[in-house]
Design a protein around this ligand. Structure first.
Ligand code: PGA
Length: 242
């Protein structure tokens, strides 16, 4: 039996309580109606919304996760959230090293690696994000950057049970520009060769309209979706394309 596709919604810094609960409840209901779905769904709301969203999802097959965690379990780190805190809210996943964290919070692969270790120690599955910028791609360095990020961000001893890799070309995130099938095939093959056991997600302007072309590609084990995960109908359309 083929393994199920992993469909992850990254809500980023969007939404307030009522619309988050509505979207989570709508998705919980829609997924429950599916007979033997070919996908597993995970929602990653803003940290303040996780508790409320968890209540909407707890009786459904939909799982939930965080968008980031600190490398330490506790301490004087104002504004930060630890992996055990996410676990305590019933999270099963946490996104680590998203390009927006790497870019706006200056997270290096070394920091990402420490965060992934913390996620593993707390019993969370780390979704470790890697991907090249437009400038790096134009300079012919896309494969090199992705290889370096993979080597630098994934802790030793990581297994397919506690880690998923997300390939997200930075130039395709939130821009409406999706990587071509050839770009995705090339990069996913490269990642698969270096890390053969891991699920590999594609992320970057995945929509209802293009999911059916992306999800069947070789070594695409699921998708990490930003903008289009904010609409329950469209996110469901993506999941059903599995
Ligand atoms: P996007 O974001 O789907 O809005 O491009 C993807 C992501 O950042 O995970």
């Amino acid at each position: 039996m083929p393994t199920k596709k992993l469909i992850v919604g990254n809500w980023k810094m969007n939404g307030l309580l009522a619309d988050s609960q509505k979207r989570a409840s709508d998705l919980a209901q829609a997924v429950q109606k599916q007979q033997n779905p070919a996908f597993d769904m995970v929602l990653c709301p803003p940290a303040t919304m996780i508790g409320a969203v968890a209540k909407c999802l707890e009786k459904s097959p939909v799982q939930w996760g965080g968008q980031d965690c600190h490398a330490k379990d506790s301490g004087a780190f104002t504004g930060d959230i630890s992996a055990p805190m996410l676990k305590n809210l019933g999270c099963t996943y946490v996104i680590i090293g998203h390009s927006e964290r790497r870019q706006y919070h200056k997270e290096t692969s070394t920091i990402v690696l420490e965060k992934a270790k913390a996620a593993h120690a707390a019993g969370l599955v780390a979704i470790i994000c890697i991907g090249e910028t437009d400038a790096e791609r134009s300079a012919g360095k896309a494969s090199q950057i992705v290889t370096e990020q993979l080597e630098g961000s994934v802790p030793e001893g990581t297994t397919a049970l506690n880690t998923v890799i997300a390939y997200e070309p930075v130039w395709a995130i939130g821009t409406g520009k999706t990587a071509s099938a050839d770009d995705i095939l090339h990069m996913h093959a490269l990642i698969h060769k270096a890390a053969p056991d891991f699920k590999i997600l594609y992320g970057g302007s995945v929509k209802g309209s293009n999911a059916k072309d992306i999800l069947p590609l070789a070594h695409v084990d699921g998708v990490l979706v930003g903008g289009a995960s904010l609409k329950a109908d469209e996110f469901m359309e993506i999941a059903i394309a599995s």
